[in-house]
Ligand binder design. Structure first.
Ligand code: SF4
Length: 490
């Protein structure tokens, strides 16, 4: 095999859409190209051995924030044991600020931006000469309809066991400064009929779980409706064979036609990831995020009351201009809307993102190592930032997990952020752990906390037991992923 396209995925269940796009667009080199995926945490020697066993002349790596450190070790080892193999890097992590990156220095070639057109051109030059003169190649961005779609490259095993990522559009017209999509000038749609024909084939092959990576699914309502109708038709035709679709939506744009479509989905079939990030208008202005907070809140309430969509809403802590009190107010405001999950993220300075302009004015201090998480800023010091990091982790374990559905409202009372922060501080002081807390121990700790805060031992035990009883009635249901199924009515 002359060419290997490889990446280290964050999990086995994540099948790389980017690699499949590259393979689909290799043209007459496609027969000589093989896709080889790994999972982070695999031993470097194991990865290198598997790659070398295929005797490639070229290896292209997809480099992302989650795999850059491990990929660098792989590239460094390859360069020692098989220096004749040409290494090409691509992907968002190496597309910006690349000159200063040690992984780029180790590699032979770099493609920044889109790779589908430029990678086969570069490989042809390497294989047939004349050898490329430049190390860095700016990826050509073709019209989307010129790209070969990658969906037939999902294997039967991918369909059976992995999340299928799909995209009906690329790019985003908004300019939120913490986000890599802020660098896109607009959003580009794929030909919708061609795309839906591919979805039909995937469906016929057995795919039931579709994760759309479009940055803003509800930008073009006509397209959104057509895509939703595709799934509604499947649900109507095969009501006993459930399907699950995940979309990222902007919260302040939910016209009536879209609401009418959304409300037809049964429970466990639809998930929306909704970015709020901050409810503070000054912070939003600082990071160039345009959001009508009132409309956004109304729409989230509408979705909760009138649809079965599972809502996963994002907030970011550590943004410039946001102190603990402001973040806490935003958190409480969001919690009051009762989304199923609040994804509480900590700001990361992604390479190339414009948020860097605030670094000195707002005292933004970022970890120099991936994922470049904020460590402190002028309003939140390091110690408090760590408290927020733990809050986020414990929130995931206790609230987002859906395991304490009856207990959570009692734990949070009328001051969700303040009370959960106090619980989080106490839990950390008494366990010294953030990641591995067995469920039984966690339940015991939640019970202890409630007793310390005026619940009788009997009442606390009954409350916790009611959640365990509830849990036993839930679980995996059809195509609904287990975590989302935990939020379905028992
Ligand atoms: S955060 Fe969302 S809306 Fe803002 S630029 Fe990124 S993808 Fe677009």
């Amino acid at each position: 095999m002359s060419i290997i396209l490889s990446t280290l995925n964050a999990r086995y269940t994540h099948a790389s859409l980017g690699l499949r796009y590259l393979l689909a667009n290799m043209g007459d080199l496609r027969g000589k190209t093989q896709l080889v995926e790994f999972v982070i945490g695999t031993k470097t020697t194991e990865i290198v051995e598997q790659l070398l066993a295929k005797h490639p002349k070229i290896i292209g790596f997809g480099v992302y924030i989650w795999n850059v450190e491990e990929t660098e070790r792989v590239v460094a080892m390859l360069k020692r044991v098989a220096p004749q193999i040409k290494i090409i890097l691509g992907g968002p992590e190496v597309s910006y600020e690349s000159a200063e990156q040690s992984i780029v220095q180790l590699a032979d070639y770099l493609i920044t931006g889109w790779g589908e057109v430029t990678l086969p051109q570069l490989c042809k030059q390497i294989l047939n000469g004349p050898q490329p003169l430049m190390k860095t190649h700016v990826g050509v961005q073709p019209p989307l309809n010129d790209l070969a779609l990658p969906y037939s490259l999902y294997t039967d095993e991918d369909i059976a066991h992995r999340t299928l990522y799909v995209e009906a559009s690329r790019g985003c017209p908004f300019k939120c400064e913490f986000c890599l999509s802020a660098l896109d000038k607009t959003a580009w749609p794929f030909d919708l009929d061609v795309f839906l024909a591919e979805m039909e084939t995937l469906y016929q092959r057995g795919a039931r779980l579709f994760k759309f990576v479009d940055r803003t699914f509800n930008l073009n309502i006509k397209s959104s409706l057509k895509i939703m109708q595709f799934f509604l038709d499947k649900i109507a035709a095969y009501p006993d064979d459930p399907v699950f679709a995940h979309f990222e939506v902007v919260p302040d744009h939910l016209p009536e036609a879209l609401k009418a479509g959304i409300s037809q989905f049964p429970a466990g079939a639809l998930q929306f990831e909704i970015g709020i990030q901050s409810f503070n208008p000054e912070v939003q202005a600082l990071v160039s995020r345009k959001q009508n907070n009132e409309k956004a809140a109304d729409n989230i309430s509408w979705l909760i009351e009138h649809s079965h969509a599972h809502l996963h809403v994002d907030l970011i802590a550590g943004l410039p201009g946001e102190d603990m009190a402001s973040f806490g107010r935003g958190f409480d405001q969001l919690y009051a809307l009762r989304p199923h999950e609040i994804q509480f993220g900590i700001l990361k300075r992604l390479r190339g993102t414009p948020i860097i302009r605030h670094t000195s004015d707002f005292g933004m201090v970022y970890d120099p190592y991936p994922p470049y998480t904020i460590l402190a800023n002028g309003l939140i010091d390091f110690a408090n930032m760590q408290r927020l990091v733990r809050f986020s982790r414990y929130w995931d374990l206790v609230a987002n997990s859906g395991r304490f559905a009856n207990t959570l409202p009692v734990l949070l009372g009328d001051a969700p952020f303040a009370r959960f922060m106090a619980f989080s501080d106490w839990l950390y002081a008494n366990t010294d752990a953030t990641h591995r807390i067995a469920l039984d121990r966690l339940a015991k700790m939640v019970g202890e906390w409630l007793v310390l805060h005026s619940l009788s031992e009997l009442a606390a035990a009954e409350l916790i037991a009611s959640d365990y009883a509830g849990k036993s009635k839930r679980g995996k249901s059809g195509a609904t992923p287990q975590r989302q199924a935990m939020h379905l009515p028992a």
